[in-house]
Design a protein around this ligand. Structure first.
Ligand SMILES: Cc1cc2nc3c(=O)[nH]c(=O)nc-3n(C[C@H](O)[C@H](O)[C@H](O)COP(=O)(O)OP(=O)(O)OC[C@H]3O[C@@H](n4cnc5c(N)ncnc54)[C@H](O)[C@@H]3O)c2cc1C
Ligand code: FES
Length: 250
């Protein structure tokens, strides 16, 4: 599908904010992804639909290599070849949700913030103050937003899993579900905390992808197998969102 780019601006550092005109992409459910053709690169690059409204989808991305560098050079009015929305997104419940993001893992949580509105609280963890991004966007939708950084240069010093533990200690009984996206170790810690408090937890697994359509098994996520049998599921087709309790975090 060829789509027009409405805007593609640098937010800060290597982070870009791109809005794409497309009713199909704008119909994405929170946590779904889209695969972008990046110039001559054979493999499409997956990005989460960060927000969707009014016939436009918003993508927030960090320039990491050639593919995302190609995207960052596109301008308003240019077109882009996109496949999506695809994958299984987050479950939006009728209750209260904690949105827990780490680094650029906060991006897919933004559409959840819109969906839950003041039934949600965001706990956002970053390396340092210069990596803090989108906190203002979460403030627009969520009941409360807390930022924590590894070095204490913005918000409190520590890890976002500590904030989660504190939040569950004080208001755990009111929380219906926890949605998490970030580095694997951070998601594993959050999954452990959620399990301890007995609160349902979903994670978005950002595995490296190849075909993006469920054919190559390149994005396999190891699940807790039954009776010692190893079980894998495809992040691109069966995920990227999974129940944290089903994942083998070892
Ligand atoms: C389900 C899913 C959703 C994603 N959503 C977003 C998003 O919303 N915003 C965003 O900025 N990025 C997102 N990513 C990561 C993004 O797809 C990669 O950063 C991008 O494909 C890198 O392509 P590249 O050609 O620029 O870099 P490459 O040259 O392919 O890689 C550059 C560097 O990035 C690392 N890298 C590449 N892919 C990943 C990955 N999946 N996880 C960790 N490290 C990786 C490589 O190991 C390498 O060090 C998502 C990935 C997945 C699987
Ligand atoms: S990337 Fe090929 S199966 Fe998921």
């Amino acid at each position: 599908m060829i789509c027009e780019i409405e805007s593609n601006e640098r937010l800060s550092g290597d982070i870009f904010d791109m809005r794409v005109v497309s009713d199909a992409l704008a119909s994405a459910k929170p946590g779904q992804i889209a695969h972008f053709l990046c110039g001559a690169k054979a493999l499409r690059r997956p990005l989460s639909v960060a927000d969707a409204a009014d016939g436009k989808a918003r993508f927030l991305y960090e320039v990491r290599g050639e593919g995302t560098r190609y995207l960052s050079a596109l301008h308003a009015g240019d077109t882009v070849d996109v496949l999506g929305p695809v994958g299984q997104g987050f479950t939006v419940t009728e209750g209260r949700a904690l949105l827990v993001g780490g680094g650029i893992g906060v991006f897919p949580l933004l559409s959840l913030a819109r969906a839950y509105g003041d039934r949600s609280a965001a706990l956002l963890g970053f390396r340092s103050a210069d990596a803090v991004v989108c906190d203002g966007d979460f403030e627009r939708f969520c009941d409360s937003v807390a930022v924590i950084t590894d070095d204490g240069s913005s918000g409190r010093r520590g890890y976002v899993s500590e904030l989660l533990e504190e939040a569950l200690t004080y208001v755990g009984g009111l929380v219906d579900i926890i949605h998490v996206c970030g580095p694997r170790a951070m998601m594993a810690s959050c999954a452990t905390v959620a399990e301890r408090f007995g609160v349902r937890c979903e994670v978005s697994m950002e595995e490296r992808m190849a075909c993006g359509i469920g054919a190559c098994l390149g994005c396999a996520v190891k699940m807790k197998g039954k009776s010692g049998v190893e079980t894998y599921r495809r992040a691109c087709a069966d995920g990227p969102v999974f129940d944290a309790a089903d994942i083998d975090w070892s």
